[in-house]
Design a binder for this molecule. Structure first.
Ligand SMILES: NC(=O)c1ccc[n+]([C@@H]2O[C@H](COP(=O)([O-])OP(=O)(O)OC[C@H]3O[C@@H](n4cnc5c(N)ncnc54)[C@H](O)[C@@H]3O)[C@@H](O)[C@H]2O)c1
Length: 283
């Protein structure tokens, strides 16, 4: 059992903490928003309830046994004891740089820092850390407890030792790393954000409604979720941020964010996490 630092207690951070605790790790879960920190326990209990219905692995999981392994915090005290730290803050380069600069002061010389990002270049982020060879992309899939693969991104400076240690660490929580080279959006989101964005354009142009578009993907292509359901699951704000990163990094108009997505974010319709996006959800 080891102590793992998780920074950001949003959609991904909370689920990652559940997965880590479920496989015996102790977790320090840090966020700088007191409201987010206060709701961690409720969200963990609620998420475990739904995973029990969706996965055999979670049938017998007792929420208290997960919660007792997770310490919620608003500071970096004890992060020096973590061999792995996974960053899960907003999909904004400035934000992730701030975290890396703060971590320099608190983590130990051997700590490996996994960046959970949808699109941001790992190579670019690594230059803001004193040990760029210890920086690696760990793009977990949502919902983390139910998804086996982790898109593992090798930045320019990422060492072979970091890749090997990260592989062992991910295997310890029953995840399968798929190691890819660094490029905006890597593999998963460079593909998926194209069809999610295009689906939003179809709704904006009133070609079809969200239900029809999603049904096409589910019944026609056998996807588990349609593109608009996927946007709601990820969070519209995160999808918009990711499209902006793809657009500015690749300078390709095919990633130009659909105005309807921006409008919905401005209106606070962020998807499942707030109870409304393209669909309504009970919180
Ligand atoms: N949502 C998804 O489906 C998904 C999937 C894969 C990867 N990702 C990536 O994971 C990352 C997190 O996404 P999310 O959906 O969990 O976002 P989110 O908005 O739900 O949560 C982000 C959290 O980070 C916290 N935070 C922001 N700055 C911080 C700081 N300096 N220190 C500590 N906490 C801070 C916020 O308070 C918030 O709780 C993003 O980079 C995103 O692109 C998201």
């Amino acid at each position: 059992m080891s102590l793992v630092g998780v920074i950001g207690a949003g959609v991904m951070g909370v689920d990652l903490a559940i997965s880590l605790a479920q496989h015996g790790h102790k977790v320090l879960l840090k966020d700088n928003d007191p409201v987010k920190l206060k709701s961690v326990e409720v969200r963990i209990r609620k998420n475990i309830r739904s995973y029990k219905m969706l996965s055999k692995e979670y049938y017998s999981v007792v929420p208290d046994s997960i919660l007792e392994k997770i310490t919620v915090t608003d500071n970096y005290n004890n992060f020096g004891e973590c061999s792995f730290i996974i960053e899960n803050t907003y999909e904004e380069i400035k934000n992730k740089i701030t975290v890396l600069e703060e971590l320099k002061e608190y983590c130990n010389d051997d700590s490996i820092i996994g960046i959970n990002t949808s699109c941001i270049s790992i190579t670019k982020l690594a230059k803001y850390f004193n040990k760029p060879d210890h920086i690696i992309g760990t793009h977990f899939m949502n919902p983390v407890p139910l998804k086996e693969t982790v898109e593992t991104v090798k930045g320019y400076h990422t060492s072979q030792e970091t890749i090997e240690k990260t592989t062992l660490f991910l295997q310890s929580i029953k995840k399968k790393p798929i190691v890819v080279e660094d490029s905006p959006g890597f593999v998963a989101n460079r593909l998926s954000h194209l069809f999610m964005n295009e689906a939003a354009y179809l709704v904006q142009e009133k070609i079809a409604d969200p239900y029809q578009i999603d049904l096409m993907f589910k019944k026609g292509y056998e996807h588990k979720l349609g593109p608009l359901e996927t946007i709601d699951l990820i969070g519209l704000d995160t999808v918009v941020d990711s499209l902006n990163v793809l657009y500015s990094s690749l300078q390709d108009t095919k990633f130009r964010c659909c105005p309807l997505l921006v409008k919905m974010v401005n209106a606070g319709l962020l998807g499942r996490k707030v109870g409304q996006g393209f669909y309504k959800y009970s919180l």
